[in-house]
Design a protein around this ligand. Structure first.
Ligand SMILES: Cc1cc2nc3c(=O)[nH]c(=O)nc-3n(C[C@H](O)[C@H](O)[C@H](O)COP(=O)(O)OP(=O)(O)OC[C@H]3O[C@@H](n4cnc5c(N)ncnc54)[C@H](O)[C@@H]3O)c2cc1C
Length: 314
C-alpha cells in the first residue's frame, strides 16, 4: 500500500494540509508526536478568524475531527528517517512502523530552545518547564523564576505573577527584546523582581527543583535563590536534521521553500513555522501555507497522472 501523501507533524499546519489533501481524494496519513503542536502551549486563541476566543484544546479537537471526517489517517508517532526508494516513492520510517508514499509534506514546527545549563535536562518536568500557560497552575503560592528577555519571557512572568507568590525574571543583558509596553506592565507588578545582567549557571535540587545558582555579570559573584520552578523562555528553534538530505536549510535551520511550498526535492513540500516562508509564526500563516502545500502536492501528482482529477474547485 502506498499513500498519496504523508504529512509529518500534527500541529495546525499538518492538520490543515490533511483536510485539503483528503478533499482532493488523496490517500493521506498524518504522523505526529503531539496533536496540536505549539497550540498546546497557547491557552486561549484570540486571533483566529471566526473565533473571538477559543480554548486551545477545543480548537485542536475541531481540527482533528475535521481531518478525520475528511478521511485522513492519524498516527501518534515520531518520524525518524526518510528514504527515497525510486523516482516516485519515499519511505517514511517511524519509531514503530514504515510507510510508503508518493509525496511528503513536512510540518514539524518549532521546539523550545534549551538553555544548556546543568540541571536543565535532569529537572525537565520536575520543576523545569518551557510553558507558563501549561504548567503555571502547579505553582500556586510558590516561587518561580523565568529565564529570558523577550516577549515570551515577559508574557510568562506576567502569567505566573497571577499564580505564584514571587516571580523572578532573569536576563543576561540590561536591554530587553520584549515590547516596551509589556516591560512596563511587568515592571509594575509587585511580586515580580527583574534581575538583569545575570547568567543562570545551575539548577539544583534532590527530586525536584529547589534552587538556582546564577552569576552576577557585573560583580562576577555567584548568587542563589530558592525556587520551586524554572520557566525557560528563550525562544524556539527548528529541529530539521530529519530532512537534511531532501530540503535546504537557511541560517536559522528553517526549511527553504518557494511560493508553492516546494522544496528542492520534487514531491517533498513543507509548510508552517518550520519554513523560511514567513517571519510571522502564527496559526493563520501556518494553515495558509499548509493549504498551498497540499494543493501543490495534489497538482504534482496530477501532473504525473498518479491521482484522479477531483472536480472541486474549492
Ligand atoms: C505559547 C504560545 C502561544 C501561542 N499563541 C498563539 C496564538 O494565540 N495565535 C496564533 O496564531 N499563534 C500562536 N502561537 C504560534 C502558533 O502556535 C504556531 O504558529 C503554530 O502552532 C505553528 O503550527 P505548525 O503546525 O507549523 O507547527 P507546530 O505547532 O510546532 O506543530 C508541529 C508538530 O510536529 C510535530 N513533530 C515535530 N517533529 C516530528 C517528527 N519527527 N515526527 C512526528 N511529529 C513531529 C511536533 O511534535 C508538533 O506536534 C503560539 C505559540 C506559542 C509557543
Amino acid at each position: 500500500m502506498i499513500y498519496d501523501t504523508i504529512i509529518i507533524g500534527d500541529g495546525p499546519a499538518g492538520m490543515t494540509a490533511a483536510v485539503f489533501a483528503t478533499r482532493r481524494e488523496m490517500k493521506t496519513l498524518v504522523i505526529g508526536r503531539e496533536l496540536g503542536g505549539q497550540m498546546i502551549w497557547a491557552g486561549e486563541i484570540e486571533n483566529y478568524p471566526g473565533f473571538k476566543s477559543i480554548k486551545n484544546y477545543d480548537f485542536i479537537e475541531r481540527l482533528r475531527d475535521q481531518m478525520i471526517s475528511c478521511g485522513a489517517e492519524l498516527k501518534e508517532d515520531e518520524v525518524k528517517k526518510i528514504e527515497k526508494i525510486d523516482e516516485d516513492t519515499f519511505k517514511v520510517v517511524t519509531n514503530k512502523e514504515e510507510f510508503l508514499t508518493k509525496t511528503i509534506i513536512v510540518t514539524i514546527g518549532l521546539s523550545p530552545r534549551r538553555l544548556a545549563v546543568t540541571g536543565e535536562i535532569e529537572f525537565s518536568g520536575k520543576g523545569v518547564s518551557y510553558c507558563a500557560n501549561c504548567d503555571g497552575p502547579f505553582y500556586k503560592g510558590k516561587t518561580v523564576v523565568v529565564v529570558g528577555g523577550g516577549n515570551a519571557a515577559f508574557d510568562a512572568a506576567e502569567v505566573l505573577s497571577k499564580i505564584a507568590k514571587q516571580v523572578y525574571l532573569l536576563h543576561r543583558n540590561k536591554e530587553f527584546k520584549a515590547f516596551d509596553s509589556l516591560v512596563s506592565e511587568v515592571s509594575r507588578r509587585e511580586n515580580i523582581k527583574i534581575l538583569s545582567d545575570v547568567k543562570l549557571k545551575e539548577i539544583t535540587g534532590s527530586n525536584k527543583v529547589e534552587k538556582i545558582i546564577y552569576n552576577n555579570i557585573n560583580s562576577d559573584q555567584d548568587e542563589e535563590i530558592n525556587v520551586d520552578g524554572v520557566f525557560i523562555e528563550i525562544g524556539r528553534i527548528a529541529n530539521t536534521d530529519l530532512v537534511i538530505d531532501f530540503i535546504d536549510r537557511d541560517e536559522k535551520l528553517q526549511l527553504v521553500v518557494n511560493g508553492r511550498m516546494e522544496t528542492k526535492t520534487p514531491g517533498v513540500f513543507a509548510a508552517g513555522d518550520v519554513t523560511n516562508a514567513s517571519e510571522f509564526k502564527q496559526i493563520t500563516v501556518a494553515t495558509g501555507q499548509a493549504t498551498i502545500a497540499a494543493l501543490a502536492a495534489y497538482k504534482y501528482l496530477q501532473g504525473k497522472g498518479s491521482v484522479k482529477t477531483v472536480a472541486i474547485q474549492h
